[in-house]
Design a protein around this ligand. Structure first.
Ligand SMILES: NC(=O)c1ccc[n+]([C@@H]2O[C@H](COP(=O)([O-])OP(=O)(O)OC[C@H]3O[C@@H](n4cnc5c(N)ncnc54)[C@H](OP(=O)(O)O)[C@@H]3O)[C@@H](O)[C@H]2O)c1
Length: 307
């Protein structure tokens, strides 16, 4: 079965990312069977032609490859080695592709369990957003058995713009965490910069536009520019999710003795985001915490009251 063309695909996890990704797999012509812990999110996929599976374990019965896209370490363990998980009834040769952002430590544990059952386990976290997921424009970072990666090339083509094979073990997990350190760090620094500009009386919309056209312009800032200009912090990736990724970085750094003072500080402030009721806000809403700390929100309120 290892050389067979993959046509039957299973999908676990239909959240903000999993739903558009699975829809693209279906649209690319794969025979798709889906499972989500709570049944509601399965409905839109079923209406498009996917079949519902009663459990993650059931997907192992007739699928050549099963993708998971779930929240975190606990969720990954639950849908794989947990009761009713994918590995319960899996046969040797099954390919499991996990695209979640999780720790190298738990991923390695899942890898051992997979190996014991002859499951070919690919770590395949993605870089991109809900919008790039919908547009099939994700960048997929892959590590694990090279032959399984090769076999999944058409599947990756249905989900993303490009995939990179990075090595046989947890390389993809480390690189994904490293990229998210840069993304979270950008939100932190931009938040401070915007708050300073506000203090100096710079017009908010103009300031966002200039950042987007300045020496620090980047695809990330460009992607967030409209949302920032409108002060629309509806979550594409929440502050709580970014705090989780900072934790993944700090724990991996601790284990490997890699100092990360900047990320440690950013994590503290993202704790304050959560504590101040901003955990479910988009992580670029970090600027509002800075505005509060700088007294800018208070000044805005005073000005409104005077009007
Ligand atoms: N959002 C982004 O922009 C983005 C970009 C790149 C990578 N990521 C990463 O991609 C992953 C998914 O993100 P998302 O934004 O799609 O998250 P999300 O919207 O919160 O969805 C999480 C999914 O995981 C499932 N889940 C959570 N805990 C579970 C458990 N214990 N057992 C079984 N299923 C469980 C949820 O099921 P229920 O529906 O039952 O709760 C849901 O399907 C995360 O690791 C995230 O860091 C996100």
């Amino acid at each position: 079965m290892s050389d067979a063309k993959i046509s039957k695909v299973g999908w676990i996890g239909l959240g903000k990312m999993g739903t558009p990704m699975a829809a693209n797999v279906l649209a690319a012509g794969f025979d798709l069977s889906v499972f989500n812990r709570s049944p509601g999110p399965m409905q839109p996929l079923l209406e498009k032609g996917a079949v519902a599976a009663p459990s993650a374990a059931a997907l192992a019965l007739d699928r050549a490859a099963v993708v998971s896209m779930v929240s975190d370490d606990a969720a990954l363990e639950s849908v794989t080695t947990g009761a009713g998980g994918l590995f319960e009834q899996a046969r040797p040769g099954l390919i499991h592709v996990d695209m979640s952002t999780v720790s190298p430590e738990v991923s390695a544990r899942v890898a051992s369990a997979a190996e014991a059952k002859g499951i070919r386990y690919l770590r395949a976290p993605v870089s991109g957003s809900t919008a790039s997921a919908a547009a099939r424009a994700l960048t997929i970072l892959v590590s694990g058995p090279a032959d399984a990666c090769e076999q999944c090339t058409p599947l990756f083509g249905a989900i993303g713009r490009k995939h990179y094979y990075l090595g046989p073990a947890e390389q993809a997990r480390y690189l994904k965490i490293a990229i998210n350190m840069m993304i979270g760090g950008t939100a932190t620094l931009l938040g401070e910069a915007l708050a300073l500009g506000e203090r100096g009386g710079v017009d908010w919309r103009q300031m966002v536009e200039v950042f987007d056209n300045s020496a620090v312009a980047s695809p990330l800032i460009h992607y967030k520019a409209d949302m920032l200009a409108d002060r629309n912090f509806a979550p594409m990736f929440t502050a709580a999710q970014m705090a989780k990724d900072f934790d993944l970085a700090l724990e991996a750094g601790r284990r490997g003795n890699v100092p990360m003072p900047l990320i440690a500080m950013s994590r503290q402030l993202f704790g304050a985001m959560i504590a101040s009721g901003r955990g479910e806000m988009d992580f670029f809403g970090y600027v509002t915490l800075l505005e509060e700390l700088a007294g800018l929100l208070h000044e805005q309120n005073q000005a409104l009251r005077k009007k």
